[in-house]
Structure formats: C-alpha cells, structure tokens
Design a binder for this molecule. Sequence first.
Ligand code: FAD
Length: 468
Amino acid sequence: RKADIECALVVLGAGPGGYTAAFRAADLGLDVVLVERYEQLGGVCLNVGCIPSKALLHAAGVIEEAAHAADYGISFGKPKIDIDGLRGHKDRVVGQFNKGLAGMAKQRKVRVVSGSGSFASANELEVTGADGKTQLLRFAQCIIAAGSQALELPGFPWDDPRVMDSTDALELAEVPKKLLVVGGGIIGLEMATVYRALGSQITVVELADQLMPGADKDLVKPLADRLKKQGVAIHLKTKVVDAKAQKNGINCSFEGDSIPDGKLFDRVLVAVGRVPNGGRLGAEKAGVRVGERGFIDVDAQMRSNVPHIFAIGDVVGQPMLAHKATHEGKLAAEVAAGEKREWVARVIPSVAYTDPEIAWVGLTETEAKAKGIKPGVAKFPWAASARAVGIGRGEGFTKLLFDEGTKRVIGGAIVGPHAGELIAEVALAIEMGAEAADIGHTIHPHPTLSESVAMAAEIFEGTITDLY
Ligand code: FAD
C-alpha cells in the first residue's frame, strides 16, 4: 500500500514529552509529523492535568488565604463562587497554551496529523481520524509519547457522571455537597484541596498507612494536620469495596481500619493511579516490547528494543511527571537527529501542590533506610523563620539529607507554601554535587523562605546551633 504521508520522524502523542520532542527534532532539521488523537495539543498535562489543576488550586489558595486573614485582623465575607467564571478562568489558561503550541508547531513546519495511531509495521503507522478515515504514515524513526490514563477501579458505576476520574473532576460540573476521594496520593489530594475550598465536605480513603505514600511520613504530617483542622475526614488503611449508583447518591461500602461514618456521597473521585498507554498502540506489529503493565522498556538513549523507535514520558515508567517527559523528549529528539547523548539526570523532583505544598527530590529517608544508607539529616523548622511566621505558616520545614563521608547533599524535602519553587535549588545542588558548605556559604536573600535551605545546610555543618 502506498503511504499517504512520509516523514523522517513521527512523534506519537502531543503531550509535554511529544511536543517537546517534535519541536526539538524540527529545530535540529528533521522532517517531523506529530500524531495526536485529541483536537488540542498539550496532552494530559496541559489539557486535563498539571495546568488546569494548578489554575484551580490558585483559586483555592485565594479562598483559603482570605479566610485566614481574620487571624491578622482582616475579615472578608463568605466567598461567592461563580463556578462558570472559575471554569472559564481555567479554560482560558489552557486555551492560551493550546494556541501557543499550535503556533510553535506551525512555525517549525511540524505537520500535525489528527487521529489515533496504531503501528502497522516497524516503519508504518495507521492513523484513524475522528471521521473514521485511515491514513498510512511511513516513517524512518518514531518517538512514542502516548502517555497514560487514569486507572479505572473495577466495580464502580463508571457510566454514572457522579463517579469521576481526575479529568471529570477538573471539568468542575458542580460542587458536590459530599465528595468521596478514593486515593490519598498527589492527584486525589490536589483535587480534594480544590473542592474543599469551593465548599464540598471531603472524605479521603487511602489504602496505605499514610497519605501520599512515597513521601517521608514527616512531610505529610503538616498537610494531614491542616486537612483535619479544615474538617477533611481522612481514613487510612481503608478501601472501597463496593460502589452503587442510587438516585440520592453513590452508596459506598468500605473495608479496613477506619470506616467512614456515612456511606452515601454526592460524587466520588477515583484517583488511584495511572496506567501507561503502551499496550494500546499495536506495538507488537512493530516488534516493540511492551511490559506486562503497559510500560515500554527503553535504554539510556530512550530507544526501545527496536533501535529506530524511541519511547518517552509516562509510557516508559515512573515517575509519571511532565518535567521528566520533556527532558526525555528532548533527549530522544537529539539522539534521533544523530547526537551522541544519553539520560544522565541524577534526580527528578516531585511536588504536591496541596496546602501546604510538599516537595522532595533525591533520596528520601525511607529510601535511604531501605538501601541501608545512614545519611546525615538536617531539618530547619519554619517556626524559626520570621518570614514563614509572618505569613502564618510556621508549621513548614526544610530538610536536607547529606552523605556523611563526602558532605554532599543527596536529598531534600520542603513542606510549606512555595515548596515546589524552593525545591529547585536542592535539585540543582544535588546535580552539581554541592557540599553542605557550598549551600550554607551561598548568601541567600533575607527574609525569604529560600533561606531555610541554607539554614538546613548550616545546621548540618554545625555552624548554626541554636534557632530563635
Ligand atoms: P501525556 O501528557 O499523557 O500525552 C500523551 C498524548 O498522547 C495524549 O495527548 C494522548 O491523547 C496521545 N495519544 C495516546 N495514544 C495515542 C494514539 N494511539 N494516537 C494518537 N495520540 C495518542 N505532572 C507534573 O509534573 N506536575 C503536575 O503538577 C502534574 N499534575 C497532574 C495533575 C493531574 C490531574 C494529572 C492527571 C496528571 C498530572 N501530572 C503532573 C502528570 C503529567 O500530566 C504527566 O506526567 C504528563 O502529561 C506526561 O506527559 P507525556 O507526554 O508522557 O504524556
């Protein structure tokens, strides 16, 4: 069969991994086609992930800040929430960047093909458009950037709009009176933060013995304490075993250590993880090996077992984060264009944009323990930062982990407002092999929350021994 489209490089999926790869490859001179099944570019992150969730979390933060202003003598009235207005804000932010990406593709002469791609052979993709028409695309090289999708727990009445995944929750159809959040990970807790601020009564159930499994326990405590104070019911070591749609709500049954009081919820958000899309691409027809869980194995250059087919982003493994996808996208594009590179990132930061924010990078204390490493741990409590206290957030802290032998920083974690911004310094310090003295002797601006990073380093060095 004659190909309808021919190109040097096809990128399958236009999320942060895919569009970054496509643009970089085009900048390096390759003739690139970008295949995307959705109308808009940007993937999960821009359309139904990072960006809309943060736009809503900003609004939640404003509501929360206004409520707390009473602590320092300023009172506002009860917030009036125009949900259409709020949705409009979120959609405008997303739309602006959809447009930006389309412009960037055009500028680089990246051809965007709309449709769902499936491999026909190791050099061919069949792309089926919304109208059902199929085009055959022949390529010399391919980058798979097909991402992931929300895991649908079996047994839930998914055909009922009151049962939501994160995409549904971000649509903001209504503010339910009672919202059950199944899964106390980053996505579940970010959405819980939004809906609580808008007025929902929130119940969170989590199978593990702490919220946000994966983060050190001490990091999660200030968040759990604040959520509890705000009236969020948290049930650990508990799972939903049944959910039935009834006229007056979703009726849920639970099993575990901490059974919620009520069974009936106006809406249920299921946020129990994401599954990679590797198993949905006909990859076997190209000879690409896909693991049992749907991840595609790649080497340090992002090549699959078929050397001219690369894979990047959520579809290649954890952590499923946009900044990992973009770095991998750039790397795969550069290798495809003939550059000799490989993936050498030491650390990938994780951030929960909850209130307080929680951010960590490098080794955690739990990981260190599991590996039999005994790091030096220095913790600077924000109660000793006049700036943190001035904004009413003395419950935060900054923690650094050091190699006791070399004094190099090997991990770090921050809890408190702007933790996601502050953690970048720790990531840089780890990448550059900084020692405690390098950080402690770098003059940080006063009074800032960023000083807490230097303070933690000085505590480790022993050059600060007492705090105010
Ligand atoms: P995706 O963004 O998943 O993009 C894949 C694209 O491929 C999609 O557009 C899809 O339609 C397309 N596609 C798939 N199969 C085909 C096919 N067969 N044919 C054509 N097109 C196809 N990460 C962060 O770093 N920070 C955050 O704050 C953050 N917040 C999040 C909040 C939520 C609610 C969610 C759900 C995720 C969040 N993430 C966040 C994760 C982040 O969105 C992902 O890690 C990131 O989008 C992965 O990028 P990707 O390019 O690998 O894939």
